[in-house]
Design a protein around this ligand. Sequence first.
Ligand code: URA
Length: 322
Amino acid sequence: MSEALETSQELSEVLEDLRRHLLWQEEDGGRVLQVDARLAAELRGAGLRPQAVLRAQAAAKPAQAPAPAPAPAAKPPPPAVAQTPPAARPAPVPRATPQEPVRPLAAREPEMLLDVPSQVRPYTGPLPGSVDGERPTLDEIRRELGDCRRCKLCSGRKNIVFGSGNPRAELVFVGEGPGADEDLQGVPFVGAAGQLLTKMIEAMGYRRDDVYICNVVKCRPPNNRNPEPDEVTACEPFLRAQLKAVQPKAIVALGKFAAQTLLRDSTPITRMRGNWREYEGIKLMPTFHPAYLLRQPAEKKKAWEDLQQVMKFFGKQPGQRG
Ligand code: URA
């Protein structure tokens, strides 16, 4: 390849990275730049080149759902211990302090970093259903999760919030992570956002018990902050195993965090929502998180349009049961 061509390709890659940064920044009032700086530091700490990882991620096809913990860098990964950033080491100290402002759940969406989780592998053991073709049961997965200490969220939680609903549901809702009410009760989506979600489910013609509801992370992040990449890495295999157990016909990803984690796609939720995607051969509809809808009620109309597409897929009319 000629030098001029190489330089022009490099330039367009840099511009693509910049474009992605600006999109995120636009959506989140600039917080993403701070986050990207942290990401870059973490990647360098893990011996990886941030641009190479971002480029590998941008080149990956979103519809291809990868294995739970792919290694994006071309070189062979160093041992797990060397890859683990400080936040994922054993016996971690929670970073949050009581002085930190409490942010509502939906305010945390844009900080999700998709490529860091693949750099750390705090959990490498087998999961039920990790053998090809095997369908685990939710009970087996819950037993494997045990009194989980795989990430630092365990130190602040009251209860693990595994999931609830029909273990053979045709429709699964995936949220971000438990809030205070869910942490207290050990049940997902029971607080204010959960009450709205229940109404949305019922408006679709289901009872809450007809569907299955779970989250990307099973323990409450302190002060409702965003789950951190190492926490997602630790918990995501359990989410994937849950989806393998339930084998729904469709998934609704609530908010950008769930959509981006499952799809490995950093597209803003404002652009992702309302368009069918695919996760491991299952139809996936990204839509707004109910906590966001509580803050932005005008957006409910769009979320309802998204859910209507799901209803159409199942041949359901509003309010029609069964
Ligand atoms: N928000 C979530 O993402 N999950 C819950 O379980 C509750 C609120």
